[in-house]
Design a protein around this ligand. Structure first.
Ligand code: SAH
Length: 218
């Protein structure tokens, strides 16, 4: 690579991390994971050159890759440890799952679109990531055969936290998800399961594509 190109890439990386920090992503492990996982690997075609902007971008199947600062804030709120088994609902491009894979022991991720799951798996392979299991599945029912999970993250908005996901969260576990009507502003919430029930915290307004029942067109 010529020195000019290398310098441009280094500059872009610094800008990317600066934006994350200035929007509240402060956790060192999360920042390191986001430095390691190149968002450019998950955005192809027309929008590839905008991969390092702090903005959501269109991906296949009419879906979006989330805004990096929102990915960072959600990951930070999830407080993942290296022993954790994590479930993600909404694989999309696979970017969020890849970041989780750096922090967690194992990541199960599901999407209702076969094509997105297949493409994400290819990117995981290219990046040498081996602790993500990606499944084509309606994730609103969770993944009962792998439950309970230490952490659950949902990257599509439901009106309320889906009951099966609450049930598949370990006691002491944390779930982060957007809730609210799909065409309005939603709230990002954090749910902690205790011995006796669930505690809810509202984190910030967000906007996600809706959580949709059933499988999508392949
Ligand atoms: N986390 C993704 C962004 C996800 S966009 C990333 O890092 O790129 C939301 C995704 O949720 C879409 O791909 C959509 O197909 C998926 N989705 C919506 N409803 C779903 C459901 N019931 N089960 C699984 N995936 C669902």
């Amino acid at each position: 690579m010529n020195p000019e190109k290398a310098a441009a890439i280094a500059e872009r990386k610094m800008q990317f991390l600066f934006q994350l920090r200035s929007r509240g992503v402060r956790d060192k492990a999360v920042l390191e994971a986001m430095e390691k996982i190149d968002r450019g690997a998950f955005v192809t075609g027309l929008f590839a050159e905008r991969a390092y902007e702090d903005t959501p971008l269109p991906i296949a199947c009419g879906q979006t890759i989330s805004q990096p600062s929102v990915v960072g804030l959600m990951t930070q709120a999830l407080n993942v440890t290296s022993r954790d088994k994590v479930l993600e609902v909404g694989t999309g491009s696979g970017y969020q799952a890849a970041i989780l894979s750096v922090l967690a022991r194992r990541v199960y991720t599901t999407d209702r679109h076969l094509r997105l799951v297949q493409e994400a798996r290819e990117v995981f392979d290219t990046l040498g990531i081996t602790n993500i299991i990606a499944m084509t599945k309606d994730g609103s029912h969770g993944v009962a055969e792998q439950a309970p999970f230490d952490r659950i993250i949902v990257t599509a908005a439901a009106e309320d936290p889906p009951g099966p996901l609450l049930a598949q969260l370990k006691i002491g576990g944390i779930m982060v998800l957007p809730v609210g009507q799909s065409d309005a502003v939603q709230s990002l919430i954090r749910v902690q399961r205790t011995e006796t029930g669930y505690e809810y915290d509202e984190l910030r307004p967000v906007r996600f594509v809706p959580l949709v029942e059933g499988l999508g067109d392949p």
